[in-house]
Design a protein around this ligand. Structure first.
Ligand SMILES: NC(=O)C1=CN([C@@H]2O[C@H](COP(=O)(O)OP(=O)(O)OC[C@H]3O[C@@H](n4cnc5c(N)ncnc54)[C@H](O)[C@@H]3O)[C@@H](O)[C@H]2O)C=CC1
Ligand SMILES: O=C([O-])CC(=O)C(=O)O
Length: 328
């Protein structure tokens, strides 16, 4: 049996927390031979604390053999001390009358303080996924607030967008998701994202030879880009099970490797494809040996270039807006 690793989850009393924690404890994220110690960071308010107490009682009641430790705290340093993996799910949701700038500012404070705490006390090899929205910019803030950690420790969740994209292609072609490869989603986790099938294959054939260009442009791209708000409309609550599943997929592949499969991750740009260095951008990546590489050498037509420019401009404007609140 391996030595236990420490996994910190923020917002554990929320919807995505509930769909993620039990899978982490069961071994779905880090493998069936990897024991975990869970550290749960929640807000101090009594409703969240009461819900968290219930979640922890259920975690105990599952009697997971791999769950070697379970604690909750409202102290960030206690939550992140020596942590190996951090899932930053808790964030301030948009309230009535709140402008986008107010949302950015509220979250900027949260991810600034969490980034500083990670900087001070987390393992130097920590792997961080930011799920809480706006996740790319929140990940950028946390990364900038943690100058002693490698920028490669930080990522944002775009895997849900990639999973949605593969699922739409599966539905349209009748091929199982496992026969669909090299689907990419570029940019921001927002309606400006660019779900891209130009390198994708279905049963070994080029997706663009099978699928109509008009379907890709008029149905596929908008369906994936607006899926989050469609789910909120249908369910009366945002995606939680699928978001939790995507967070598990993202961390599992990063930690254990993606076996050559392209996985979309929001990662700090290294300048690839002309994206300014440091901006947390959705790229197709391949994971191996606990690290990721951005897939290189892809080409874009004019329409794709315009879509990438649009999502990039949005991310730059978010970054500039939060720079005004934080001294980064
Ligand atoms: N990147 C992605 O693909 C997706 C991101 N999301 C985002 O994930 C976030 C969480 O969603 P849900 O779980 O549905 O929300 P929720 O409202 O059910 O739960 C959020 C939890 O976070 C806690 N929290 C808030 N601020 C915190 C802080 N500073 N420290 C610790 N805990 C804190 C709250 O008390 C609550 O328990 C939202 O920002 C949502 O927009 C949701 C779906 C997909
Ligand atoms: O806007 C939200 O909270 C939900 C979201 O990100 C998604 O489902 O992609």
């Amino acid at each position: 049996m391996k030595t236990p690793v420490r996994v910190t989850v923020t917002g554990p009393a929320g919807q995505i927390g509930y769909s993620t924690l039990f899978r982490i404890a069961s071994g779905a994220m880090l493998g069936p031979d990897q024991p975990v110690e869970l550290r749960l960071l929640e807000r101090t308010n009594s409703t969240s604390q009461s819900a968290l107490k219930g979640v922890m009682m259920e975690l105990e009641d599952c009697a997971f053999p791999l769950l070697h430790g379970l604690m909750s705290t409202t102290d960030q340093k206690e939550a992140f001390r020596d942590t190996d993996y951090a899932l930053l799910i808790g964030a301030r949701p948009r309230g009535p009358g709140m402008e986008r700038a107010d949302l950015l500012e509220a979250n900027a404070q949260i991810f600034n303080t969490q980034g500083r705490a990670l900087d001070e006390v987390a393992k130097r090899s920590v792997k961080v996924i930011v799920v809480g929205n706006p996740c790319n910019t929140n990940a950028w803030i946390a990364m900038k607030s943690a100058p002693s950690l490698s920028p490669k420790c930080f990522s944002a969740m775009l895997r849900l967008d990639q999973n949605r994209a593969r699922a739409q292609v599966a539905k349209k072609t009748g091929a199982p998701v496992s026969h669909i490869h090299q689907v990419a989603v570029w940019g921001n986790h927002s309606p400006t994202m660019f779900p891209d099938l130009s390198a994708a294959t279905v049963d070994g054939r080029k997706a663009t030879d099978i699928l109509d260009a008009a379907w890709i442009r008029d149905e596929f791209i908008p369906t994936v880009a607006k899926r989050g708000s469609e789910i909120i409309k249908a369910r009366g609550a945002s995606s939680a099970a699928s978001a939790g599943a995507a967070a598990i997929d993202h961390m599992r592949d990063w930690a254990l490797g993606s076996a050559g499969e392209w996985v979309t991750m929001g990662v700090p740009s290294d300048g690839s494809y002309g994206i300014p260095e440091g901006l947390v951008f959705g790229f197709p990546c391949v994971c191996r040996n606990g690290d990721y590489d951005i897939v290189q050498g892809l080409g874009f037509d004019d329409e794709a270039k315009a879509r990438i420019a649009k999502t990039l401009a949005e991310l730059e404007s978010e970054r500039d807006a939060v720079k005004a609140f934080l001294k980064l």
